[in-house]
Ligand binder design. Sequence first.
Ligand code: ARG
Length: 457
Amino acid sequence: MKLWGGRFTKEENQLVHNFNESLSFDRKLYHQDIEGSVAHVTMLARQGIVSEEDREAIVDGLKGILADLDSGSLSFTREHEDIHSFVEANLISRIGEAGKRLHTGRSRNDQVALDMKLYCRHEIGEIDGLVKGLMEEILKIMEENLDTYMPGFTHLQKAQPVTLAHHMGAYFEMFYRDRTRLRDIRERMNYCPLGSGALAGTTYPLDREYTAKLLGFYGPTLNSMDSVSDRDYVIELLDAMALIMMHLSRFSEEIIIWNSNEYRFVELDDAYSTGSSIMPQKKNPDIAELVRGKTGRVYGALMSMLTTMKGIPLAYDKDMQEDKELTFDAIDTVKGCLALFAGMIATMTFRKDVMEASAKNGFTNATDAADYLVNHGVPFRDAHGIVGQLVLCCIGKGIGLDDMTLEEFQAVSPVFEEDIYEAISMRTCVEKRVTLGGPGRTAMERVIQVCKERLQE
Ligand code: ARG
């Protein structure tokens, strides 16, 4: 049962068939394949290349196949090489002669390029929706935590106090960039390869503008050789997904740290944690760990695809069939991770008291103590040295800067007055940082307004 049996004298070897076939995975494209065929035959009839009756029979037949595949009453059988052969053979067995006219002016090369594009375009929408859902959860946490103080870190060492809203806002930015990237890819890829034939177009008077329009593209692609061999959009999508996973993975890592017995900044919901088979006390952040782990899988898909494409001559080569399994797997992985992650953070509890206490006991106000001196005329470099001495003294005594007496402050620098306590309080440290992008409430409120607008885009 081969589309191309005419030229061959021998039956295909079973191992060769198994090695060559793609139906076991490109069956995922049946919706797109049928949608493309309906557009193609509609155009063929409009151009007078097939009759109106044949068009009707073909469209009915294709719709029947679609319905039967959707309902499960038709199943994929192993003898077919790929989804394109499967649909065509099935059509011919349903409607006879007319079915044999469907492939006029078309090749599987432009057909598969179209199917992959339709699939990726659809999935871009799905992924975008999931990223948006996650951003909505992040925004909720931001709005509720403008005054939840926590340590901000650099080198995973406590640095300066920030708020939970501010920390979450960093992820909002990352996922916002991810969405703009998805949007860019969709814009760039949205041109229709159908009508490019095997590589050199066709001699039939096809109307490529028309099929492009029927399928929701901006227009047809402009070079038939490029059209059948272009998988840039697959690579771009894998790249965008690799970045989404990188962001999710960093976020996961933080949640894992925050959920650790040492930090206790968050408590994962029971529904999003798992236990140990041996240690009864354990409640493990498996979901976050899996998201972090699956990042490697998506990076791998990107590297595979780049490598597959790097040495193949124009135009279509069978190497390109390798685009499917890894792209499908990467897309399913990213979608699964996004959905699970959003659920995990939506149900997670933040231990605000622990976060705040942690911000207090790590000298996160040391910069502000130095700034106090600067505001009283001390050069910053000297102020840095003075506060360094104070910190050293506090470490020796096991206390924080705010626990020092005014006499102790003044013993190191006479510039200190009673108002130092207010100047280095957590509230002041955060609320004075109102440069745009900073954690202070007025700055954050402005940003949250922009975040809301971005979610409406
Ligand atoms: N299964 C093939 C793929 O995924 C479809 C195109 C096959 N074309 C060909 N001339 N063999 O790329």
